[in-house]
Design a protein. Structure first.
Length: 334
């Protein structure tokens, strides 16, 4: 009997402790209620300060939005990028000038532009024991937010990459620089984006754009010059090993073209040779070659517009020789 009473007393004690462990305040449904706004309200300074660190709940996106000081981004699953969709424009045959009309609902585009890379030079004997072989410079790069209006026409110029030099291993014929990439909005003639192509002397393409809303602005990488080493062979001969200059790369891309490799006997007859390679896409400069410099492959131009509609029609999907054009778009303003 005493044991039974002990067990009952212990059970009552455990039940009593369990009830007391769940304090009344912990049972209340505490939560933080964020401002609930539409996309239009979210992007309006009249309703929401456009400042870094501000947090709201977007009722149309059904997601929490956080401002980073430049734009709004969304937390949660799914495609949360500010500019979600894309369309590709290209023309494989030649450089081109063409026009893009801003779709309805688009009032801002995110533009990334790469200038075309320069063609590679060729092994050149300048006399007095001086030789040179520079790769072509990489194209410049810029990313920028540009405010636009629906139905406005954007003029897009995507120029060709530079040609590689050609010659006989002693005197070089000329290579050429990469073309510029620029964008003009409306009829005011102002180039809102103007990114330089790589240069024939190995210099990288310049960076360009209007001062406001520039996110990233990087000059193209310089093309490298050759590296050489002498190796004696016997009492009178020597072997000359040449690592010809690589092409410069454009920002955020694969390396430029690789320069060739050459081994000569006494600086004359070729014992071993590896050809240079083209510049990589987009905007990479061509590598320097012994008989032929290599060409630039392609630059790149990327548009991102902020609405949810498709803008790549059958008559607009083109590829430009030196640049690859992509439009990404999302509708953050309604």
């Amino acid at each position: 009997m005493s044991n039974r009473l002990f067990y009952i007393g212990l059970l009552l004690t455990l039940i009593h402790c369990g009830v007391n462990a769940q304090t009344p305040w912990a049972l209340k449904p505490y939560a933080i209620t964020l401002p609930r706004v539409t996309t239009a309200q979210q992007s309006s300074t009249a309703t929401v300060p456009q400042q870094a660190g501000n947090i709201v709940y977007n009722t149309e996106q059904q997601a929490v939005a956080v401002h980073n000081g430049i734009s709004w981004g969304y937390l949660g699953g799914g495609d949360t990028g500010e500019f979600k969709k894309s369309a590709i424009f290209y023309n494989i045959n030649s450089p081109s000038l063409y026009f893009w009309t801003v779709p309805n609902g688009v009032n801002q585009v995110l533009i990334e532009a790469w200038g075309a890379g320069a063609g590679g030079n060729i092994y050149t004997n300048l006399g007095n024991g001086t030789i040179t072989c520079k790769g072509g410079g990489g194209g410049g790069y810029i990313s920028q937010l540009v405010n636009v209006s629906p139905a406005t026409s954007l003029t897009v110029q995507v120029s060709g990459g530079g040609r590689g030099a050609a010659g006989n291993g002693v005197t070089a014929l000329s290579n050429s620089g990469g073309g510029n990439t620029f964008i003009r909005i409306g009829t005011d003639g102002i180039s809102y984006i103007d990114v330089g192509g790589g240069e024939v002397n190995g210099a990288g393409g310049y960076r360009g754009g209007i001062s406001s809303n520039i996110l990233t602005n990087v000059t193209g990488q310089r093309g490298q010059d050759l590296v050489m080493a002498y190796e004696p062979r016997g009492s009178t001969d020597h072997v000359l090993n040449l690592k010809l200059g690589n092409g410069g790369s454009a920002y955020g891309t694969m390396p430029g073209g690789y320069g060739g490799q050459v081994t000569t006997l006494n600086g004359g007859s070729v014992l071993y040779q590896v050809a240079a390679t083209d510049g990589n896409f987009p905007g990479g400069g061509g590598g320097c070659g012994y008989n032929y410099g290599e060409k630039e492959l392609m630059g790149w131009l990327s548009f991102a517009g902020n609405n949810n509609q498709t803008i790549c029609g059958n008559d607009k999907c083109k590829m430009i020789h030196s640049s690859f054009i992509t439009y990404r778009y999302y509708h953050p303003i309604g």
